[in-house]
Design a protein around this ligand. Structure first.
Ligand SMILES: Nc1ncnc2c1ncn2[C@@H]1O[C@H](COP(=O)(O)OP(=O)(O)O)[C@@H](O)[C@H]1O
Ligand SMILES: [Mg+2]
Length: 490
């Protein structure tokens, strides 16, 4: 992957990066809030020898003090001095816990010792630091005084006393937040790249065209309005999604100029990829350009078409196939001009059998004769064979893939099952593409501008045009024996 690919990947997953960074900052803030503030009070001790006299003696004495200093730091942090300080201040703590709060360090090549005491209370930190230093002075006096009496060999002076600290030393709010931000950002970028590398969904024109072997003929943007109302009101709607359906309509009409496909199945690999919504709006877009269109509910297992359009579900395709009603009686007029619907009908126990029957072919032929276009909604191809059976009887199939959700292998299997029945793939359609942000890299800006969909020869063409694209190879009699009906121009 090139650097540019990583940049695209990050742009597509900016939300992951943002959320992880926010979590990092929130974690830092909560750690900061839950950390008990500690205050540090410090004193400075000066160690000297009592020797005086010649320069050499002073020099010797100084060296002696420097060596002493190292032992003194250990004594300051020792148990003995801790106990003496506790006794003096009447503290309610063990020597161990006091020792843990004291740190003494010698400044190199000097006779100075820094004593730091940390405590939850700033006043107590100061008191302990001062009392401990005072006790140390006394302790050293006792220790360094020769047994026989006389002047001690070394003495310690509190050169700087502790004062009450204003600011706590921990937590370090700014540092914690910067750390939280950095760690969150790094984790977010890592997570985004990992998710991107593991992502096997279809997200680009190249991928969808490579897998299907057909051109991308439409890219339908995500439009939250469609969740409430599947049908677009084309005569008053110039929204991006309406424009995309118009482009898709034009592409369909250009696919085979001499003999455009008129019976079109809309299918996909899995449920909820936008088949029904897309079928409805392709039909409406065709109706908008003055064509009589019938929309057929070919999904007899989970019919949604009627629900989306507010029509009667119980009487339709399955009812006609079962011989319980005539086609004319079951066709429903819609509130949209030039759009008629043949609902899926009552859910039958054997949809595949019904759809593969001669009666089904006859119904489709009758519809072809009555209407300019027959748009068929269908079941997902990986779940049941219904979609493939319908596809074999149609002039062509539009295979739908939901952007960033349809898995590559599922799409490949779906196309394979269409191949198996000799269905004619007209093109691929992306649904629910991101409107802005990450997804835009894959498709927008190329579709319809630089690249027109590859033309598909008319259905009755027998010449096998050599091409990489499957869509140009016209299937001979379909594998399931579906009798192909030669389409006539609308
Ligand atoms: N372009 C779109 N923008 C937003 N939501 C959509 C779009 N197309 C479909 N949906 C929604 O996605 C869900 C599945 O769509 P549907 O057409 O029923 O898919 P399928 O027929 O493949 O099961 C529905 O809730 C539908 O409203
Ligand atoms: Mg559906």
């Amino acid at each position: 992957m090139s650097l540019q690919d990583y940049a695209k990947l990050l742009r597509a997953r900016w939300l992951t990066v943002l959320v992880t960074t926010i979590i990092g900052v929130l974690a830092a803030v909560s750690i900061t809030l839950f950390t008990t503030p500690l205050y540090k009070a410090s004193t400075g001790l000066f160690v000297s020898t009592t020797s005086s006299g010649s320069v050499a003696e002073i020099y010797q004495g100084n060296l002696f003090s420097q060596q002493r200093v190292l032992s003194y730091t250990q004594l300051i942090m020792g148990e003995n001095l801790a106990q003496r300080t506790i006794d003096k201040l009447n503290l309610d703590m063990t020597p161990d816990s006091l020792q843990a709060r004291v740190k003494a360090s010698a400044r190199s090549d000097t006779v100075l010792i820094d004593v730091d005491v940390v405590d939850e209370s700033p006043v107590r930190a100061r008191d302990i630091a001062n009392a401990l230093s005072d006790e140390f002075v006394v302790m050293i006096h006792d220790l360094e005084t020769p047994t026989g009496g006389g002047l001690p060999d070394s003495r310690v002076v509190v050169e700087q006393r502790a004062s009450v600290p204003d600011e706590p030393v921990t937590p370090r709010t700014a540092l914690n937040i910067v750390l939280g931000l950095t760690v969150g950002l790094i984790l977010g970028i890592g997570l985004a790249i990992l998710r991107g590398l593991l992502d096997n969904t279809v997200k680009s024109r190249e991928t969808i065209e490579e897998i299907t072997g057909a051109s991308l003929v439409g890219s339908i943007p995500y439009d939250k309005e469609r969740r409430k109302e599947a049908a677009i009101t084309f005569d008053s709607d110039n929204s991006p999604i309406a424009e995309e359906f118009r482009k898709l309509r034009t592409n369909l009409q250009f696919l085979a100029v001499d003999n455009p496909p008129r019976v079109i199945v809309v299918t996909s690999s899995m449920p909820a990829e936008g088949k029904t919504t897309t079928a409805i709006n392709i039909a409406l877009a065709l109706a908008e350009s003055e064509h009589d269109v019938v929309l057929v509910g070919g999904d007899m297992r989970r019919p949604k078409l009627e629900d989306y359009l507010g029509l009667i579900e119980e009487v339709g395709f399955s009812t006609v196939l079962a011989g319980r009603a005539s086609l004319d009686d079951t066709l429903q007029q819609t509130r949209f001009p030039r759009l008629t619907v043949l609902a899926s009908g009552a859910i039958p126990p054997n949809p595949s059998e019904l759809l593969g029957s001669l009666a089904a072919k006859k119904v489709l032929n009758d519809l072809r004769a009555k209407f300019d276009y027959v748009v068929i909604d269908s079941s997902p191809l990986l779940a049941v064979t219904d979609g493939a059976i319908l596809a074999a009887c149609a002039d062509g199939v539009l295979v739908v893939a939901r952007f960033g959700a349809t898995k590559r292998e599922h799409l490949a299997q779906a196309v394979g099952s269409l191949d198996d029945v000799g269905a004619r793939l007209l093109g691929a359609v992306f649904t629910m593409t991101p409107v802005r942000g990450g997804g835009s890299y894959s498709y927008y800006g190329t579709y319809g501008e630089k690249q027109a969909p590859r033309p598909v020869p008319p259905v009755d063409s027998t010449a096998a045009t050599p091409s990489l694209h499957r869509s140009v190879i016209i299937p001979e009699p379909a594998a399931n024996g579906c009798e192909r009906v030669e389409p006539s121009s609308p």
